[in-house]
Design a protein around this ligand. Structure first.
Ligand code: PHE
Length: 340
């Protein structure tokens, strides 16, 4: 039996030297070391040798097996290296080939619009305050005078994280944060940010969108200040000839509340598909800060008054650039984005 083993070892060694490819090497492995290979076949014959000789024959067989395995991996390394070298020779690298140009990037249309808005409000003395997207239900609802079970909660379909934490449905919860941080200073800030609503996505509404909130708190702030601010912003953002009107409305955190409209920039107020033949476009919700909200922010409503507004960002950009579908904004389609 030992002789037989020796023979196989020789045979394996010899044929290993002839191998030229990994494929051949695998075949070799099967032939000699595989489950049904020559070595295994011989070891099956162990039954026929006397028991006292079995251990030494077994040990010898294992020695050969280990030896051949080592030879196998050495050969494998050698063949792999040869293959890489061959490939490198065949595919010469042409370093004179010009690279593919990567064009300069530019700001996203929403970022550009936001920056225009910042500029206009900065010139009226508003600072930017950033509040978090993940909010407490307290800030998003409770402290804005929208208690649990208040029907007004239905105005904002909510993505809840748990029963106390949510994705803000509007930028208004930032008002509470600003007031609590600024008290007892007067306030004039805008709060830009993304808002989230659990709504169907359509050409007109996304479940993620930007708002820019505004808040001014001081000793003699009146509705006239709100009107002046809105009129100035509309003219600066959409053209000096814009007309602005205020309609009575309802928000739980402002009293009185208004809806701010401007004349349609497409038909100039004559009536068209975009303004649904009314001649007017809604640009913001706004109002005088509700006394309860002032109090929740730490400001005594007998001494302080304020106004707040919340305007959309994508919608006005759609109007300005004639974009027909809000879903384009966040699809990352360069054919769309490159146009702005
Ligand atoms: N938060 C309101 C909304 O999302 C808008 C608003 C802001 C209204 C501030 C009044 C004052 O609909």
């Amino acid at each position: 039996m030992k002789e037989e083993l020796e023979k196989i070892k020789k045979e394996a060694e010899n044929s290993l030297q002839e191998l030229k490819s990994i494929d051949e090497l695998e075949k070799w492995f099967k032939e000699f070391l595989g489950k049904k290979g020559k070595l295994s076949r011989i070891l099956k014959g162990m039954r026929n040798i006397p028991p006292d000789k079995r251990p030494s024959v077994g040990a010898f067989a294992n020695e050969i097996k280990e030896f051949l395995k080592k030879e196998y991996s050495l050969k494998e390394k050698e063949l792999k290296k040869a293959k890489i070298e061959e490939e490198l020779k065949a595919k010469k690298l042409d370093i004179t080939l010009p690279g593919r140009p990567i064009g300069p990037g530019h700001l996203h249309i929403v970022t550009q619009t936001l920056r225009e808005i910042y500029k206009v409000f900065a010139s009226m003395g508003f600072q930017i305050y950033e509040a978090p997207d993940v909010e407490t239900e307290e800030n998003n609802f409770e402290l804005l005078n929208i208690p649990a079970y208040h029907p007004a909660r239905e105005m904002w379909d909510t993505f809840w994280i748990n029963d106390k934490v949510l994705l803000r449905t509007h930028t208004s919860p930032g008002q509470i944060r600003v007031m609590r941080e600024y008290y007892p200073e007067p306030i004039r800030v805008i709060l830009p940010g993304k808002c989230y609503r659990y709504e169907d996505i359509t050409a007109r509404s996304e479940h993620q969108f930007y708002q820019v909130e505004g808040l001014a708190v001081g000793h003699n702030i009146t509705l006239t200040d709100l009107k002046g601010t809105m009129i100035n912003a509309a003219k600066r953002l959409f053209g000096e000839e814009r007309k602005v009107r205020f309609r009575g409305s309802y928000f739980p955190f402002t009293e009185p509340s208004v809806e701010v409209d401007m004349d349609c920039i497409l038909c100039k107020g004559k009536g068209c598909r975009v303004c649904k033949y009314t001649g007017w476009l809604e640009i913001a919700g706004a109002g005088m800060t509700h006394p309860v909200v002032l109090k929740n922010g730490g400001y005594d409503p007998d001494e302080w008054t304020g106004f707040a507004f919340g305007m959309g960002v994508e919608r006005p950009a759609m109007l300005k650039y004639g974009i027909e579908d809000i879903r384009y904004f966040y699809k990352n389609d360069l054919r769309f984005l490159r146009q702005f």
